[in-house]
Design a protein around this ligand. Structure first.
Ligand SMILES: *Cc1c(COP(=O)(O)O)cnc(C)c1O
Length: 359
């Protein structure tokens, strides 16, 4: 606290990102980064950046990148917005499309940045309960909300809502904007991008941070009706006209151009996820069905907090949320086969020790 802080800053409760610790043999499974890295084409695009292109301002409208994304999804460039990570795209959506006199609805358990933006922009929130299996219930959303936002697959549960469920939600709330945050959709779901042309109230947000292995580049985008996109552009141009630098724009295009690399790395992550799920279940965990690049797993006796601490001692970092309904679970990102073998060995040793202590 400082006497120099504005009233607005004094009242903020900022988002706390997953830690980026240093450890010689660290196995980092806490922020859902890709274990495989971006396409070699991305590195070539980076190497080709010259001084002259850095001397100038980047294209404020990112025309080439937006055209590339539009082509990927069979949309027009006017239906695409790009930002500095999907966090920035989402922040602009909160201010530009979701702040209304009626409250914003989102699942009680979802991305923990949503309440932070509500605090920043003074948006009233309603938390929509998940069902007994921690799945999103489309019918539980209030009919009279001012906007809806949900991650699909949900975070941190990994549970997927089928496209038909998303479509029903969007159709049933035609008077407000529904934002579908698809950070993990490439790991097992079908994107609501296919519905964008039919629903003027649907905004689909994706990121290059997870399935395209570019969390360090900071590129996210939104797909929606041109009127929604224009709303986002208005906010952007009141905040930062150049959210994506020259490097990010070129490297992102290269990432989209290598479809084979992208599909192959998603396939590998999915295969590892299925193997890890089976191995954890064999150790007595209950694991929620995941369509993401992580699993949400409850250790035997719900001993998530002690297991989190024990793994940390071994240099294996996962994520633990000390919150009602999910404080007996760990969120474990899917790493390489070798990283997951180290995790499973540590988990098995802990289970054996815990079983011996209990027995
Ligand atoms: C990782 C994540 C994001 C943010 O991604 P960036 O593009 O890196 O800002 C947004 N939403 C959810 C649900 C995420 O898990």
């Amino acid at each position: 606290m400082s006497r120099f802080w504005s009233e607005a800053v004094r009242g903020l409760s900022p988002y706390v990102p997953g830690e980026q610790p240093r450890h010689p043999r660290l196995v980092k499974l806490n922020t859902n980064e890709s274990p495989y890295g971006p396409s070699p084409g991305v590195l070539e695009a980076l190497a080709a950046i010259d001084g002259d292109s850095l001397r100038r301002y980047p294209d404020p409208d990112a025309v080439a990148l937006r055209g590339c994304i539009a082509a990927q999804f069979g949309l027009a460039a006017e239906q695409v917005f790009v930002g500095n990570g999907s966090d920035e795209v989402l922040a602009h959506a909160f201010l530009g499309l979701l702040k209304h006199p009626r409250p914003l609805a989102f699942p009680e358990i979802s991305y923990s940045f949503y309440p932070v933006w509500c605090g920043l922009y003074g948006i009233e929130a309603v938390r929509v309960p998940l069902d007994d299996a921690l799945a999103i219930d489309v019918d539980a959303f209030p009919t009279d909300c001012g906007g809806i936002i949900l991650p699909n697959p949900n975070a941190p549960t990994g549970r997927l809502l089928e496209l038909a469920g998303i479509e029903r939600l969007v159709a049933d709330h035609a008077d407000c904007v529904v934002v579908v945050d698809e950070a993990y959709i490439d790991f097992g779901g079908r994107s609501a991008a296919a519905l964008v042309g039919r629903y003027p109230n649907l905004l689909v947000v994706q990121t290059l941070s997870k399935s395209r292995a570019l969390a360090g580049l900071r590129v996210g985008f939104a797909l929606g009706d041109p009127a929604l996109i224009e709303g986002l552009v208005r906010v952007k141009d009141c905040f930062n006209s150049y959210p994506l630098d020259v490097i990010a724009q070129r490297a992102a295009i290269a990432a989209f151009e290598d479809r084979a690399w992208f599909e192959d790395s998603c396939r590998r992550v999915i295969a590892t996820r299925e193997r890890v799920t089976a191995a954890l279940e064999a150790l007595g965990f209950s694991v929620l069905p995941s369509a993401a690049n992580f699993v949400f797993a409850r250790p035997p006796a719900g001993a998530a907090a002690p297991l989190f601490a024990a793994l940390r001692e071994e240099g294996i970092i996962v994520r633990y949320f000390d919150r009602p309904r999910i404080n007996e679970y760990l969120r474990i990102s899917i790493g390489t086969e070798e990283e997951m073998d180290r995790l499973l060995a540590a988990v098995e040793a802990w289970c054996t020790a815990a079983g011996a202590a209990a027995g």
